[in-house]
Write a protein of this length. Structure first.
Length: 176
Protein backbone atom coordinates (compact mmCIF):
# COMPACT_ATOMS: atom_id res chain seq x y z
CA UNK A 1 0.00 0.00 0.00
CA UNK A 2 1.32 3.41 -0.89
CA UNK A 3 1.49 6.39 1.46
CA UNK A 4 -1.70 8.00 0.09
CA UNK A 5 -3.76 4.84 0.66
CA UNK A 6 -2.49 4.53 4.25
CA UNK A 7 -3.50 8.14 4.95
CA UNK A 8 -6.97 7.50 3.53
CA UNK A 9 -7.44 4.38 5.69
CA UNK A 10 -6.24 6.27 8.77
CA UNK A 11 -8.56 9.21 8.00
CA UNK A 12 -11.51 6.80 7.77
CA UNK A 13 -10.61 4.87 10.92
CA UNK A 14 -10.19 7.83 13.28
CA UNK A 15 -13.89 8.90 13.31
CA UNK A 16 -14.99 5.27 13.73
CA UNK A 17 -12.61 4.79 16.67
CA UNK A 18 -13.86 8.00 18.30
CA UNK A 19 -17.49 6.84 18.01
CA UNK A 20 -16.65 3.40 19.38
CA UNK A 21 -14.71 4.98 22.25
CA UNK A 22 -17.79 6.95 23.30
CA UNK A 23 -19.67 3.65 23.76
CA UNK A 24 -17.15 2.13 26.20
CA UNK A 25 -18.19 3.94 29.42
CA UNK A 26 -21.97 3.42 29.00
CA UNK A 27 -21.52 -0.27 28.13
CA UNK A 28 -19.10 -0.83 31.01
CA UNK A 29 -21.55 0.87 33.40
CA UNK A 30 -24.40 -1.35 32.21
CA UNK A 31 -22.30 -4.46 32.76
CA UNK A 32 -20.71 -3.77 36.14
CA UNK A 33 -22.68 -0.85 37.61
CA UNK A 34 -24.71 -1.11 40.80
CA UNK A 35 -28.45 -0.52 40.69
CA UNK A 36 -29.81 2.70 42.18
CA UNK A 37 -33.45 3.84 42.36
CA UNK A 38 -34.49 7.50 42.37
CA UNK A 39 -37.89 9.04 43.06
CA UNK A 40 -39.17 11.22 40.21
CA UNK A 41 -41.27 14.38 40.09
CA UNK A 42 -44.22 15.08 37.71
CA UNK A 43 -43.39 16.01 34.08
CA UNK A 44 -45.05 15.69 30.64
CA UNK A 45 -44.11 12.47 28.76
CA UNK A 46 -45.05 12.93 25.09
CA UNK A 47 -43.67 14.49 21.92
CA UNK A 48 -45.26 14.48 18.47
CA UNK A 49 -42.00 13.81 16.61
CA UNK A 50 -40.29 11.32 18.95
CA UNK A 51 -43.31 9.37 20.16
CA UNK A 52 -44.03 8.58 23.78
CA UNK A 53 -41.22 9.17 26.21
CA UNK A 54 -40.73 10.35 29.75
CA UNK A 55 -38.47 13.34 30.39
CA UNK A 56 -37.87 12.68 34.06
CA UNK A 57 -37.11 15.12 36.81
CA UNK A 58 -35.76 13.69 40.06
CA UNK A 59 -36.30 14.63 43.69
CA UNK A 60 -32.53 14.19 44.13
CA UNK A 61 -31.98 17.17 41.82
CA UNK A 62 -33.17 19.52 44.57
CA UNK A 63 -30.86 19.09 47.57
CA UNK A 64 -31.39 21.02 50.83
CA UNK A 65 -28.54 23.43 51.49
CA UNK A 66 -27.75 21.76 54.83
CA UNK A 67 -26.48 18.71 52.86
CA UNK A 68 -24.12 20.80 50.70
CA UNK A 69 -20.54 21.22 51.95
CA UNK A 70 -19.43 24.80 52.63
CA UNK A 71 -16.67 24.52 49.99
CA UNK A 72 -19.32 23.92 47.30
CA UNK A 73 -21.41 26.91 48.43
CA UNK A 74 -18.31 29.13 48.64
CA UNK A 75 -17.15 28.17 45.15
CA UNK A 76 -20.63 28.79 43.72
CA UNK A 77 -20.82 32.21 45.39
CA UNK A 78 -17.27 33.25 44.49
CA UNK A 79 -16.97 31.96 40.93
CA UNK A 80 -20.58 31.37 39.86
CA UNK A 81 -21.39 29.20 36.87
CA UNK A 82 -21.94 25.47 36.79
CA UNK A 83 -19.38 22.91 37.96
CA UNK A 84 -19.13 19.23 38.80
CA UNK A 85 -20.02 17.84 42.21
CA UNK A 86 -20.45 14.41 43.77
CA UNK A 87 -23.69 13.52 45.54
CA UNK A 88 -23.38 10.80 48.16
CA UNK A 89 -26.60 8.74 48.26
CA UNK A 90 -28.24 6.57 50.89
CA UNK A 91 -30.98 4.02 50.37
CA UNK A 92 -34.08 4.76 52.47
CA UNK A 93 -37.30 2.76 51.99
CA UNK A 94 -36.03 1.35 48.68
CA UNK A 95 -35.23 4.77 47.17
CA UNK A 96 -31.84 6.50 47.07
CA UNK A 97 -31.73 10.03 48.48
CA UNK A 98 -28.88 12.54 48.78
CA UNK A 99 -27.05 12.78 52.09
CA UNK A 100 -24.07 14.97 51.11
CA UNK A 101 -22.85 17.12 48.20
CA UNK A 102 -19.10 17.54 47.87
CA UNK A 103 -16.38 18.64 45.46
CA UNK A 104 -14.16 15.63 46.20
CA UNK A 105 -14.92 12.18 44.88
CA UNK A 106 -16.02 9.81 47.69
CA UNK A 107 -13.75 6.83 48.40
CA UNK A 108 -16.66 4.59 49.33
CA UNK A 109 -20.43 4.49 49.28
CA UNK A 110 -22.96 5.02 46.54
CA UNK A 111 -22.71 8.34 44.74
CA UNK A 112 -23.69 10.15 41.56
CA UNK A 113 -21.68 12.77 39.71
CA UNK A 114 -23.69 15.82 38.76
CA UNK A 115 -23.49 19.48 37.86
CA UNK A 116 -24.59 22.09 40.37
CA UNK A 117 -26.38 24.96 38.68
CA UNK A 118 -27.42 27.38 41.41
CA UNK A 119 -28.86 27.77 44.90
CA UNK A 120 -32.32 29.26 45.37
CA UNK A 121 -35.35 29.05 47.62
CA UNK A 122 -38.12 26.52 46.98
CA UNK A 123 -41.88 27.05 47.43
CA UNK A 124 -41.57 26.61 51.21
CA UNK A 125 -38.79 29.21 51.46
CA UNK A 126 -36.00 26.68 52.14
CA UNK A 127 -32.66 27.07 50.36
CA UNK A 128 -32.11 24.34 47.78
CA UNK A 129 -29.11 23.45 45.60
CA UNK A 130 -30.17 22.48 42.09
CA UNK A 131 -28.10 19.63 40.63
CA UNK A 132 -28.37 18.06 37.17
CA UNK A 133 -27.40 14.41 36.59
CA UNK A 134 -27.70 14.30 32.76
CA UNK A 135 -29.86 11.20 32.66
CA UNK A 136 -31.53 10.63 29.30
CA UNK A 137 -35.21 10.56 28.45
CA UNK A 138 -36.84 7.17 28.71
CA UNK A 139 -38.70 6.06 25.57
CA UNK A 140 -41.91 4.09 26.01
CA UNK A 141 -43.94 1.64 23.97
CA UNK A 142 -46.36 3.37 21.60
CA UNK A 143 -49.67 4.49 23.09
CA UNK A 144 -48.58 4.04 26.73
CA UNK A 145 -47.63 7.69 27.32
CA UNK A 146 -50.99 8.64 28.85
CA UNK A 147 -50.72 5.96 31.52
CA UNK A 148 -47.22 7.13 32.44
CA UNK A 149 -48.38 10.76 32.40
CA UNK A 150 -51.05 9.94 35.00
CA UNK A 151 -48.53 8.06 37.15
CA UNK A 152 -46.06 10.94 36.83
CA UNK A 153 -48.68 13.49 37.91
CA UNK A 154 -49.20 11.45 41.09
CA UNK A 155 -45.43 11.14 41.70
CA UNK A 156 -45.58 7.35 41.39
CA UNK A 157 -42.67 6.78 38.98
CA UNK A 158 -39.37 5.36 40.18
CA UNK A 159 -36.30 5.47 37.93
CA UNK A 160 -33.86 2.54 37.92
CA UNK A 161 -30.24 3.41 37.19
CA UNK A 162 -27.00 1.55 36.74
CA UNK A 163 -24.18 3.47 38.40
CA UNK A 164 -20.44 2.93 38.13
CA UNK A 165 -18.01 5.33 39.78
CA UNK A 166 -20.61 8.13 39.79
CA UNK A 167 -21.52 7.71 36.12
CA UNK A 168 -25.20 6.78 35.76
CA UNK A 169 -27.38 5.34 33.00
CA UNK A 170 -31.19 5.24 33.15
CA UNK A 171 -32.17 1.62 32.52
CA UNK A 172 -35.87 1.37 33.40
CA UNK A 173 -38.82 3.09 35.03
CA UNK A 174 -41.47 1.51 37.24
CA UNK A 175 -44.44 2.61 39.27
CA UNK A 176 -44.62 2.36 43.04
Amino acid sequence: MNKRAKQLVLACCVPVLILLGRCVMPLYTLLVGEEMILQTKPLDPSDVFRGDYVALQYEAEEVPIKLVEKSVVTRLQDLGGEFGVYVLMEKKNGVHTPIKVTLSKPDKGEFLSGTISYIDKDNQGQEIAYIRYDLDNYYLEDNTGTEWEKASAKGEILAKLKVNNGYAILTDITTK
